[in-house]
Write a protein that binds this ligand. Structure first.
Ligand code: HEC
Length: 135
């Protein structure tokens, strides 16, 4: 009986120990990634590389890392004009995503500006609010 108890205690402490040893979640897995996976991934792909001749890449794109207002407007109004990214031309339809909240848009843009090798500063919900107000 005592052995069973000791074994049980041993198992309990080792499982508690195993739990505390779990690695912390990756910092990139924030709310912006969730928005990306739900609304953008199907076209722009999991690694932001897009689809040749169809959906432009988000990595190494001036549209992503450059002017915030232009970028926010792509999400609010969509885009339908020939654009060139990394020497490749795209002319397809990006649907407007103005149904997303200011926070969702700022989260997803902050995510794509700091993922796929991109390193640009965050976009705030306040930034999105200002651009949305201009119409
Ligand atoms: C139905 C497919 C589709 C979805 C969904 C979509 N996009 Fe796009 N996106 C496009 C296409 C196509 C273009 C290029 C439009 C053009 O040629 O005028 C584009 C262009 C862009 C651009 C500017 C060009 C570039 O590649 O840097 C950005 C930034 C962008 N999309 C971000 C997003 C984000 C963020 C989301 C999710 C909120 C999203 N897109 C959802 C298809 C899509």
């Amino acid at each position: 009986m005592r052995i069973v108890f000791a074994l049980g205690l041993c198992f309990l402490t080792s499982s508690i120990f195993a739990q505390t040893k779990k690695p912390a979640p990756k910092p990139v897995a924030g709310p912006g990634q969730q928005v990306y996976e739900q609304y953008c991934l199907s076209c722009h792909q999991v690694d932001g590389s897009g689809v040749p001749n169809l959906n432009p890449p988000l990595k190494q794109s001036e549209w992503v890392t450059g002017d915030k207002t232009r970028l926010i407007n792509v999400i609010l109004k969509g885009l339908q004009e020939p654009i060139e990214i990394n020497g490749e031309t795209f002319d397809n339809v990006m649907p407007a995503h103005d149904f997303l909240s200011d926070k969702e848009i700022s989260d997803v843009l902050t995510f794509i500006r700091s993922s796929f090798g991109n390193k640009a500063e965050a976009v705030s919900a306040e930034d999105v609010k200002k651009v949305r107000a201009v119409k």
